[in-house]
Design a binder for this molecule. Structure first.
Ligand code: HEC
Length: 132
């Protein structure tokens, strides 16, 4: 019973983010700079890709390769094309130090710098890639 409550809370949190993010993106799109020009719009897909390939933060490509499906060694998972909510939950669990199986340690470190919204964007980007 308790398990079910926790799961439904997490699902609500996920769905809440899905609803909030487009609104924020829209708000950003409407912002104008002091000289009246529109600020460039960045989609959630682009944000996710930028975060995924950014070597200064998670450095995901160093281990999972391009588009999540070219891992540097067979022990590392292919993650491109996986379901978005599954990826989101795994990444949150690593950051919150709740997933402790297998080679969890590099993932705990990799996820430390990211906010919920940034994790959502990376899950969105990875889910949009072709699965192998
Ligand atoms: C130093 C290498 C390394 C880096 C950097 C790294 N990962 Fe991982 N990742 C791993 C390994 C190894 C695992 C498998 C852990 C296990 O055995 O449970 C993993 C697991 C995962 C999983 C879970 C896959 C599944 O099927 O449950 C996801 C999602 C993931 N990584 C995404 C990312 C993202 C996004 C980044 C960048 C923010 C990243 N990883 C950075 C090595 C890395």
């Amino acid at each position: 019973m308790k398990q079910t409550t926790i799961r439904s809370l997490r699902l609500s949190a996920y769905l809440g983010l899905t609803l909030i993010l487009p609104v924020q993106a829209q708000a950003q799109a409407n912002e104008t700079s002091p000289n009246g020009e529109s600020t460039p719009q960045i989609t959630m897909l682009q944000l996710g890709e930028n975060l995924y390939i950014n070597p200064g933060r998670g450095g995901c490509t160093q281990c999972h390769g391009e588009a999540g499906n070219a891992p540097v060694m067979p022990l590392y998972p292919k993650i491109g094309g996986q379901s978005e909510i599954y990826l989101y939950n795994q990444l949150i669990d690593y950051r919150e130090k709740r997933r402790k199986n297998g080679l969890f340690f590099p993932m705990e470190v990799a996820m430390e710098p990211f906010s919920d919204d940034e994790i959502k964007a990376m899950a969105h980007y990875l889910a949009a890639q072709t699965a192998f």
